[in-house]
Design a binder for this molecule. Sequence first.
Ligand code: GLC
Ligand code: GLC
Length: 834
Amino acid sequence: MQFGHFDDAAREYVITRPDTPLPWINYLGNEEYFAIVSNTAGGYSFFRDPRLRRLTRYRYNNVPLDSGGRYLYVRDDDTGDFWSPSWQPTKGDLDEYTCRHGLGYTIIESQRAGIDVETLYFVPLGETLELWRTRVVNQRDTPARLSLFSAVEFCLWDALDDATNFQRNFSVGEVEVEDGVVYHKSEYRERRDHFAYFGCSEAPVGFDTQSDAFLGPYRGWDRPLAVEEGRSRDSIAHGWAPCGSHHLQLELEPGEARELVFVLGYAENPHDAKFDPPGSQTIDKSRVLPILARYREPAEVEAAFVRLRDYWTDLLGGLQATTPNEHVNRMVNVWNQYQCMVTFNLSRSASLFESGIGRGMGFRDSNQDLLGFVHLAPARARERVLDLAATQLPTGGAYHQYQPLTKRGNDAIGSGFNDDPLWLILATGAYVKETGDVSILQEPVPYDNEEGSETPLYEHLQRALQYTLDRLGPHGLPLIGHADWNDCLNLNCFSETPGESFQTTYREGGSAESVFIGGLFVLAADELAAIAERLGDDPEAAAYVAAGELMSGTVRAQGWDGEWFRRAYDNAGEPVGSSANDEGQIFIEPQGLCVMAGVGVDDGLAARALTSVRERLATKHGIVLVQPAYTRYHLELGEITSYPPGYKENAGVFCHTNPWIVIAETLVGNGDAALDYYLRTNPSSREEISELHRCEPYVYAQMIAGADAPTHGEAKNSWLTGTAAWNLVAITQWILGIRPEHDGLRIDPCLPADWDGFTAERDFRGATLHITVHKQPGTRGRVSSLVVDGERIAGNVVPVQPAGSVVEVVAEIEADGAARTDGRVELGGAHQGP
Ligand code: GLC
Ligand code: GLC
C-alpha cells in the first residue's frame, strides 16, 4: 500500500493522504537556518544548533508523534467552520490534500468547502529565515469571508532548558509586537544578542503572543478559542509560553486568489547595539525591517524560490545516471544525494528520532557522511574535514562527538572509540580524490582546538593511523576501547547498573580487540599510502603499505573463524562472532569491511565470508547485523544485548552496513548479488509496502526490524544515517563503478547480468564526462575497452580532463567466460521483493 507517489520530473514525493504511518518529513535550509517540516506542517526550526538556538518548540516523545509546527487555521467567518489546511492540528476532513516534498521546500495544498489553500515553505539561500507563501483561492460561486490565523510556539532558546527548567522559563518569556510583527526576545535583555521574528505581508487585524490566551483555558492547538470565535486576544506574553499568531481577514470573490507571505526569522545584533534607543530594553530592529520589506514583494519570494530550485538542479547535475532500474535512477539522481546533503548538514542531531539535544556531530558519522557528499560541495567538505581534524587529540584519538555551534569536542561522551580516527583518513582521501586538492594536506590544523598545537593535516592522518598501532591487543588486533563502529558492542563496559551509559562506562585497561578495526585499518593504511605517494613521500607510503599487509595477515590469522570473519575478542580473550558462541555467531560488519579492504579477496576467504552472509544473515528486508540474535543480556558484550532480538544492533537490518556487503560483492565480481542487496533496502523499491516499512519511501532509515522481530520489515530512524552516504558510494562507485581516484575517474562497473549497460553524467575536477557503458544483456564481465573522446586508452581510468571540457566516455563490458558459476549467479532475478 502506498500513501503517495514519486514525481520524478519535478523531483518531488507527493503524499496524497495526511495520515501517513509516521510523519513523513522534509528538511528546509542548506546553510545556517534549518527546519524540519512534516507532511502535516509539524516540526521546528533552528539556527545552526538545534539545541542552543532553537526558534520554535517541538514536543518529542508523544503518541501520536508530531505536535508543534508551523500552523495555519482557516475560518469561514460566515459559518464559523474552521480547519487546518495542513490537516494538523485540527485534523478536520479535507476534500483534497497533497503534500509535495521537494528539495529544500515543501508544498501543502488542500481544499475544504470550496476554499483552496496552498502553502509553500522554504528557506531562501543566504538567509536565516523561512518563508511560508500561502495562496488562498475561493473556488465557490459565492463570495467568501475568511479569517486566517497563523501559529508558532517559541522555544526559550536552549531546547533542553525549554523542556526541563520550568521554574525559570515560566517567568522569562518576553515579546514585542510592532506593526504586526511578533518579536520573540526571551533572555535578550541579558546575554543573548539574538531574537526571532514572525511577520506577515498583510496587516493583521489582531495577534496573540501568549499561548493560553490564544488557545483558551484547557484547550489544545486543535481548537484554539481565538480561532473558534474568530477573534485574537492581542495578548502580550509575560512569561509562560510565548507564541506568535497573526489574524488576517480576507474577503474573496468567487474565483479570487490571494497570496500572503509569512516570514519566520532569526536575527543577531552587535552586542553593544542591541537596543533602540540605546539604554532601553527595546530591540534594535534596523537589520530586520529591510528583510521583512523585501519578502512583502511576491516577486522577491518567487525569485528566491527559483534560485533554490536552480541551486539544486545545478548541484545534482554533477552526478546523474540512467540505468534500467527506476529505483536506482531516482535514488541516485535525486533522493540519495539530497539525503547526503541533509546528513552532511545535520549529522545525527535533529530528526524525528534525534531530539536535537543529545548528540552533536559524530566524529565517525560526519567523516562517513563526507563520502557521499564531497562531490556536491567540495568547499564545504574541505571545511568539514578541517573542523573534524581540529577536534582530534594529540594522541591521534578523537572526541566521539562535537558541538556544531562551537565546533568543540564534547567532553560528556569523551574519546576512546577506537575506530573514530581512522575514518578521518577515509574522508580526507575521498576529498582529495574528488578534487585533486592536495593543498588541504598541508593546512595547519590544531589538536583539540588548542591554539599553538597546529600541524599539517597530513600529520593528523599519520597520528590517526599510529593511534591504532599504539593500541594493539593480545592477538595483535586493534584494541576496541569503548566501542568501534558498533557503538553497542561494549566489550570493556560490564555494566550492571540500570541506566548507566554503555558508551561511557569503561573498565580501564580493557583488552578487548576488534577485527572490524583491523579491516578498517587496512583500508585506511591503503588510503594513506596513496596520499603519501601523491605527496611524493615514498618511504612513508611503503611503510603504510607494509603496516596494512601486516594487519591483513593478522586479521586472516586471528580473525578468520573458518567460514567467516570473527567480530572481536572480548576482555577475557574469548572470540565474539564465532561458531564457538551460542548466540551472536556471525556479524555483518567484518564481512563487509575486511572484504572491502581486500582481505581474503585473492585466496577465497572473501567469497566464503560472503556466502556465509547470504546463508545466515540475508533476509528479504535486508541483511541483519548478527545471527543468532542475542536473547539475553550478556554482561561482557554490553548494549548490543540490551535490545530485544531483531532490533537495532541486535540483529536488526542496520542499513548502514548493507552497502558494505554490496561493495564487497562487487569486489568478488558478483554484480547480481550486489544489486539485489542494494534494492532490498532501497526505500523507493520498498514504497509499495509503506504500511509495513512505515518510514518515508524517499530516504533511507537507519534500521529495519530484522527477522527475529515481530515487526520484521518495519523501518525506524529515517534520514540521519550513514546509510545515505554509503549507499550512494556503493551504487555509483562500485555497481556503476564510477570511482574518483587520485589520477582520474575509474570506470569499473560490476553490473547485474540482465542489464544492457547505462549512461551517466559526472562532473569531475571541472570537466563534464558523458559516460556510456555497453554490455550484452545476459552476460557478466568487466570493462574491456575505454574510449575517451574517440580515442581508445589503456586501462579503465579516465585521466583528469581540462576544466570546462565536455568529454565523451564509452566503455565496453566484455562477457567474461569465467563468470561465477558457483551457484551464486541465480541471485540475479531472485530479488525476493516483499
Ligand atoms: C549509529 C551511530 C553510528 C554507529 C551506529 C552503529 O548509527 O550514529 O556512529 O556507528 O549507530 O552503532
Ligand atoms: C545507541 C544506539 C546506537 C547509537 C548510539 C549513539 O547505542 O543503539 O545505534 O550509535 O546509541 O550513542
